[in-house]
Every structure is written in structure tokens, then in C-alpha cells.
Design a protein around this ligand. Structure first.
Ligand code: ADP
Length: 459
């Protein structure tokens, strides 16, 4: 700045001394503009050269500007070095991953993949970026999974390179450009272990069933005789008989669970037979009343008599009775048990409502503490082990319910408030729900003798 002022003074003095002030000022102005242009051109040349050459020697504001640019360049280089270090580390980590990882673009084109993806999915060693994933990995279920857009659950497929291996594939949406991260894991070993465990439990349960049945039969006979001949023995035999019955129930529940686990998840099981849920619930409530006995539970049943399901009648009966019997067994005498079976949403149109159907089993018992709720459907999980055993529980009921409900593509919700009671809700999708009236019209022969169901029954 001081240089500019000094030059201006010189121009003015020269102008005054020579008597040509205007001319002197004009010459000075041209010289000033020329100096700026020269500095600018030198700076531009250095920039155009990629800032690799020695920086030009500049003065005044141009020197300041050059200083800023050099500082920026130093910062950018540092950031670049950091980024490449990070990228190298990411690539090393991705290469060390035993799972296949791929980033797919909006249209399913591969943007990036790690070495395990090439090996597990058989992508080969060539260039894969830009190729459509489904063109390189041809598997109908995987293609359908990619296109369906519901990635909440993984799917399992045989490995494209080796059919004997099983891959679990899961997609996670990433970024803002509809990209997806596909992770494929080799789950052959855990599947094998799982099936060994399942077979073991199924075999042991099967082997135990006959001896337990025989034992229970003899104990019952002995109990009758002992009651007459030797009253001292009668109590012991009664206890033995009770425990044998409990063992029988555990074995039966374990066998049921093993059978349910053999099925492919998502498959509603053995067929899609029409299931008269209203009649089924009436029958279960009658059994529940007998189970309650002198407990004097008060039952309310509210069902839509037209509302049937398609699924496995045996499984649904088991799930519904588990829920209703639990409401009797885990609540004090005199508690209220209410069962509601209804369409979801508005029924006024007379159409099958798209949202499906809901079964609610509620009681006003003691309720379940919050911390137990997430674990209730685990095998053998009981809030109060001793009490459950004393009431003849196996701890397997809710895990059976969960399995059956999931197999029918339904959801199980548990809500409970300590001191106020519990509510178990099963939400069935519209796909397996239909009105009985419509079923009669379509398949008149099969609905014979189904009865009218029970709407608003209570006792
Ligand atoms: P169990 O054979 O013991 O009934 P379940 O798997 O059916 O086994 O249930 C697991 C546990 O959940 C039970 O032991 C009980 O503590 C609790 N539970 C289930 N239903 C109810 C209910 N309606 N009210 C209170 N507790 C319940």
C-alpha cells in the first residue's frame, strides 16, 4: 500500500515539475495497470502449471494472494495424504473381511466390491464395477429380494460357486443416491451346528416319549391301587405321576418346536387350509374354563364369525391355546380373560380389509415386569421359574407361539403393565385372511358344518 502511495507522489511531483500533471497521471495509471496485469499473468501461469514450479516473485496484494494460495495448497496436500491413508486402511480392512461386501448403485450396478465378494459370489478376477449385479450373480430369490425393497430380514441362498455352501445375504441402504450395501456371509457351519442341535433335541425327545408315556400309565394305575391298599404311598405316586405328566408335556413341546424349526421361515407350513378361527376359539375357551376349574376366571370372547384364516389349523390351535391358557395359568383366581378376534380397520364397506386380522388375549392379572418382555419368547424363559413349574408350565409355550405366528407371516406383540395385566396381540396379514361368507361362495363343499361362530360370547 505504501509503495502505491509513494509511486503516486512521484507521478504528481514529476507532473508538477514538468507542468504536465494530467499526462503524468495518465502515464502513471497505465504503468500501474500494466504492473497488475503482469503480476496476474505470472500468478495464473503458476496456477495453470499445477502449482508445481517455484512460486513467482510478486509484490503487494499479489504477494499476499500468493501466500494464501500456498497455505491452501499445503492444507489440501495434508488432507489428501490423510484421505489416502484412510482409504488404504479401509481397503486393507475390506480385503481382510471374510464376508462379501458390495456397494450397488441405484440400478443395481456394482460400484465397488471386496476380494471376498469375488470369491464367495464367484464374480471372477475381471473388472466388475459398472456391471449389473444380477447379470453376474443369477439367483431368482436374490434378484427378487433386491427388487422387493424390503431388506428387514436377510435371505439365505446356496453359494453360486458351491451349492453345498449356504450364504446369508443382507442389504442395507446407504448414502443419498439410493446406493445399497450388500453383505453376504457364509453360514454353512452355523447351519450345520443348528441342524445337529435340532436333530439331537428331536431325537432325544422322541426317544424319551415312549418311556415317559409307559411310566405315566403305570403310575396312574399304581395310584388307583395305592389309594385303596396303601394310603402312605398314594401321595408319592401322585407326585411322581404329576412330574411324569410334566416331562411328557416338555417332550411334546420340544418335539413341536423341532418340527416347526424344520420348516423354511416365512412358509406358512403344511398347506393353507381354511381355518375356522371363531369355532376354534370357542373350543379353546371351553378348555380354558376347565383349566381354570375352581379358579373361577371370568372369560369374555368377542369374535367376528366371518373371519377365518388360511394356514395350519393344528399350529394355530396350539398358538391360540398357549396364549389363552397362559392367561389362566399366570393370573390369580377370579381374573378376567378377554379374547377378541376381529378384522383390522373399517369393516363398514363389507370388503376384506387390506390390513388383515388381529387376535388379542388380555388379562387383568399381575402383569410382567418390563425387563422380562424382550426375552419372553426364548425357550425355557420364565419370569418366575418356581411358580411356572408349580403351575405345570414348560417355559416353551411362548417360543412355540412366536414360531407359529412368524410362520404365518404374522407378528406377536406383548404389552404388560405391572399390577394391571398383560395383552398378547397377534397381527395377521391380509394375504392369509378371508371372510367365511366369501369362502362359502367359492368353495361350498369345504365349509360344511362350520357353524356360525360366536360373536360377543361371555361368561
Ligand atoms: P410357561 O410354560 O411357563 O407358561 P411360556 O413360554 O408360555 O412358558 O411363558 C413364559 C413366561 O411368561 C411364563 O413363565 C410367565 O412367567 C410369563 N407369562 C406368559 N403369559 C403370561 C400372562 N398372561 N401373565 C403373566 N405372565 C405371563
Amino acid at each position: 500500500m505504501s509503495g502505491t502511495v509513494a509511486a503516486l507522489l512521484v507521478v504528481v511531483v514529476v507532473g508538477l515539475l514538468s507542468g504536465h500533471l494530467v499526462l503524468s497521471l495518465l502515464v502513471g495509471l497505465f504503468a500501474y495497470i500494466g504492473w497488475h496485469l503482469r503480476s496476474m499473468v505470472r500468478l495464473l501461469r503458476w496456477l495453470a502449471d499445477g502449482m508445481h514450479a517455484e512460486p513467482p516473485v510478486l509484490h503487494g496484494v499479489w504477494d499476499d494472494l500468493l501466500g494464501y494460495l500456498i497455505a491452501l495448497r499445503v492444507r489440501a496436500r495434508k488432507r489428501k495424504r490423510k484421505m489416502s491413508r484412510f482409504l488404504r486402511r479401509f481397503q486393507e480392512a475390506a480385503a481382510a473381511l471374510p464376508d462379501a461386501a458390495l456397494i450397488l448403485g441405484r440400478f443395481g450396478e456394482i460400484e465397488w466390491c471386496n476380494p471376498a465378494a469375488r470369491h464367495l459370489l464367484g464374480l471372477g478376477a475381471g473388472r466388475v464395477a459398472g456391471h449389473y449385479f444380477t447379470h453376474l450373480v443369477r439367483h431368482p430369490a436374490l434378484t427378487q429380494y433386491l427388487e422387493a425393497g424390503d431388506y428387514s430380514q436377510p435371505i439365505e441362498i446356496p453359494a453360486p460357486v458351491d451349492e453345498s455352501r449356504l450364504l446369508s445375504c443382507q442389504i442395507n441402504p446407504i448414502g443419498k443416491k439410493h446406493q445399497r450395501l450388500l453383505i453376504a456371509r457364509d453360514v454353512t457351519r452355523s447351519h450345520l451346528l443348528d441342524s445337529v442341535r435340532r436333530d439331537f433335541v428331536a431325537n432325544v425327545s422322541h426317544e424319551l416319549r415312549t418311556p415317559i408315556t409307559v411310566l405315566r400309565g403305570f403310575l396312574e394305575t399304581m395310584g388307583d391301587d395305592a389309594a385303596l391298599d396303601c394310603p402312605d404311598w398314594s401321595r408319592s405316586i401322585e407326585l411322581m405321576s404329576q412330574q411324569a405328566s410334566r416331562m411328557e408335556r416338555i417332550v411334546n413341546d420340544l418335539l413341536m418346536l423341532s418340527r416347526l424349526e424344520l420348516e423354511v421361515p416365512g412358509d406358512p407350513g403344511p398347506g393353507l387350509e381354511p381355518v375356522p378361527v371363531p369355532e376354534m376359539l370357542v373350543g379353546i375357551i371351553q378348555d380354558a374354563r376347565m383349566l381354570s376349574g375352581e379358579g373361577g376366571h371370568v372369560f369374555t370372547l368377542e369374535v367376528n364369525p366371518e373371519l377365518w384364516l388360511r394356514g395350519s389349523a393344528e399350529e394355530l390351535r396350539s398358538a391360540f391355546s398357549n396364549l389363552i391358557f397362559n392367561a389362566v395359568q399366570h393370573t390369580p383366581a377370579g381374573s378376567r380373560v378377554s379374547v377378541v378376534w376381529r378384522f383390522v380397520g373399517d369393516e363398514s364397506s363389507g370388503q376384506v380389509v387390506e390390513n388383515g386380522a388381529v387376535l388379542t388375549v388380555a388379562d387383568d392379572g399381575e402383569g410382567i415386569p418390563d425387563r422380562h418382555l424382550p426375552r419372553l419368547t426364548e425357550r425355557f424363559y420364565r419370569v418366575d421359574k418356581a411358580r411356572s413349574r408349580a403351575r405345570g408350565g414348560t417355559g416353551l409355550g411362548l417360543s412355540i407361539v412366536k414360531r407359529i405366528i412368524t410362520r404365518h407371516r404374522a407378528e406377536l406383540e406383548v404389552y404388560s403393565e405391572l399390577g394391571r395385566g398383560s395383552r398378547f396381540t397377534c397381527r395377521f396379514p391380509a394375504a392369509i385372511v378371508y371372510r367365511r361368507a366369501r369362502y362359502h361362495a367359492e368353495e361350498p363343499g369345504q365349509a360344511e358344518g362350520s357353524g356360525a361362530g360366536a360373536a360377543g360370547l361371555s361368561s
